[in-house]
Design a protein around this ligand. Sequence first.
Ligand SMILES: [Ca+2]
Ligand SMILES: [Ca+2]
Length: 167
Amino acid sequence: MKHAFYLAILAAILITAGCGKEDTPCPNGFIGEDCDIPVAPTFITITRLTVSGWPMTRPNGSGWDANGTGPDIQLVILAEGTGQTLHTSGVADNVATNAPRTITGSWRLSPGQQNIAVFIYDDDELLGRELITAAAYPAWSATTGRPATISFTREGTLYVLDVLYEQ
Ligand SMILES: [Ca+2]
Ligand SMILES: [Ca+2]
């Protein structure tokens, strides 16, 4: 009986020991003896977005812009699910190529929000805003952990985001 009692104490110590073997701190965002238990961040902040490779014409082959000039690119970052707009960029008129375009700032998701969506628009002055393409992605998940840079491709468009995580 006494033996079982000491085993229980030992188990409790091992469970509460928390971070890393031999008191070595775990990398940011992980806990556990083997530092393999991810912890969801409280705040996620996007600091940079780069997009490239979006379609330069509509699916039917016609140009985005009614006047024959290149698309007038506007980027919008949303919190997926809530629809909270994190950022709406200015409009870059008559963009000639789909080479990388970068915007920087500090755009923070609400606590507990983890998924971002990026919309790429053509914002004609005459015809209003027209969606070119869009994609959503988890800025954090238990499997992706807390990468400083997130990169993903959807329908040929490459999205690269720099991300900060706070507990
Ligand atoms: Ca248009
Ligand atoms: Ca244009």
